[in-house]
Design a binder for this molecule. Structure first.
Ligand code: NDP
Ligand code: GDR
Length: 358
């Protein structure tokens, strides 16, 4: 794909993650030069970017990766100085809610103070008038249910170290917008998934397990809270909303959501139905089981190790403001999303098994 340059430069932190991959693709298709921050890792971590990777030795690479970390201000300042971005998308985060209970201090360092470090880089380098800033805020901010659907006006009540860290990120963005006039916006995004979703988030864990069970490589799927309800949309559509926020005259905060909520249990049922398996549910709480209607085999069980010390039970977003001001609407319904993820994992699992057998 060769697209004429639009002369704009974007910097994406968290470029190797699900959203980073989709956003890179979108911005490149619009003619941006895209710089991404990737962490040093002992194993390969750019798998989601393979199809857009460019040889850095090319004369005019439009997609450039830099080593960096949200916990290191020296390196963030240097990258912002080198790249002089028109737009920064701060997607980097320790993004797993359950893991944040185990690594709370690191999570606050990367997710909360990391956001501050980037905003300070803009100030230190005098880029307040040039560089627009997108912050990956989250529906986890709502936490304990106060009202539904949740909108930009709903009070926050974080229920995890992750959400508490993101709460700081949200407010420091608002403060730097008001104090220093930086064009800085929060996208309060509800859960968005895709075939590129990390494998330990519940949707992808389910679709991978369904593919493995169907192909005979796994016996059972163990899950935590089956009653949790989430508003699941497609990541590809949500990254477009991020970009739209930075194209507005004024910076502001927006909810992106579908407005529909679904139980984890129903996502499981739908995923199995995609491969021709009907699940019958029986029992309650930790004794709940999902049995294959055709064979009588138990395929889903509850493992309390996946319960969280404090849970977010119900998320359902109201995307009216994004629709009216940004013209943003979601298109993919959760059932289609689930079907797309199962189909992709059927192929992934088969490929992995072939590779392992070689
Ligand atoms: P992922 O977990 O897929 O990606 C997170 C990215 O952040 C990865 O590139 C990861 O690198 C990077 N990262 C983690 N820690 C650091 C660090 N200390 N320094 C530099 N980079 C780091 O998340 P998503 O793509 O799903 O989400 C993107 C952002 O949006 C996150 O901030 C998340 O919290 C937020 N969010 C996500 C939602 C969703 O439903 N997906 C909803 C609302 C908000 P590596 O690949 O090396 O691990
Ligand atoms: P979430 O996503 O916590 O909403 O955060 P996740 O997919 O991890 O959990 C969704 C719900 O499913 C329940 N659940 C399980 N979750 C996981 N991961 N594994 C299980 O086995 C399991 N069983 C049940 C959870 O308890 C929860 O209620 C995601 C992340 O992308 C955040 O970064 C982002 O901010 C929010 O979405 C919006």
């Amino acid at each position: 794909m060769t697209v004429n340059s639009n002369g704009k430069v974007a910097l994406i932190t968290g470029v190797t993650g699900q959203d980073g991959a989709y956003l890179s693709e979108l911005l490149l298709s619009k003619g941006y030069t895209v710089h991404g921050v990737k962490r040093r890792s002992s194993s390969f971590n750019t798998g989601r970017l393979e199809h857009i990777y460019q040889d850095p030795h090319e004369a005019d690479p439009r997609f450039v990766l830099h080593y960096g970390d949200m916990t290191d201000s020296t390196n963030l300042i240097r990258i912002v100085q080198q790249t002089q971005p028109d737009e920064i998308y701060n997607l980097a985060a320790q993004s797993h809610v359950q893991v944040s209970f185990e690594t709370p201090e690191y999570t606050s360092n990367a997710d909360a103070t990391g956001t501050l470090r980037l905003l300070e880089a803009i100030r230190i380098l005098g880029l307040e008038k040039k560089t627009k800033f997108y912050q990956a805020s989250t529906s986890e901010l709502y936490g304990l249910v106060q009202e539904v659907p949740q909108s930009e006006k709903t009070p926050f009540y974080p229920r995890s170290p992750y959400a508490a860290a993101k709460l700081y990120g949200y407010w420091i963005v608002v403060n730097y917008r008001e104090a220093y006039g930086i064009h800085a916006s929060n996208g309060i995004l509800f859960n968005h998934e895709s075939p590129l979703r990390g494998e330990t988030f519940v949707t992808r864990k389910i679709t991978r397990a369904v593919a493995s069970i169907k192909q005979g490589f796994q016996d059972k799927l163990y899950l935590g809270n089956l009653d949790a309800k989430r508003d699941w949309g497609h990541a590809r559509e949500y990254v477009r909303g991020m970009w739209l926020m930075l194209q507005q005259e004024e910076a502001d905060d927006y909810v992106l959501a579908t407005g529909e909520t679904t139980m984890v249990r129903d996502f499981v049922g739908k995923a199995f139905s995609e491969v021709g398996i009907t699940i019958n549910w029986s029992g309650e709480g930790v004794d709940e089981k999902g049995t294959c209607a055709e064979t009588g085999k138990v395929l889903v069980e509850v493992d309390p190790r996946y319960f969280r010390p404090t849970e977010v039970e119900l998320l359902i977003g109201d995307p009216t403001k994004a629709k009216e001001k940004l013209g943003w609407v979601h298109e993919t319904k959760w059932e289609q999303l689930c079907a797309e993820m199962v189909a992709a994992d059927m192929i992934n699992v088969a490929k992995e098994q072939r590779r392992n057998a070689e």
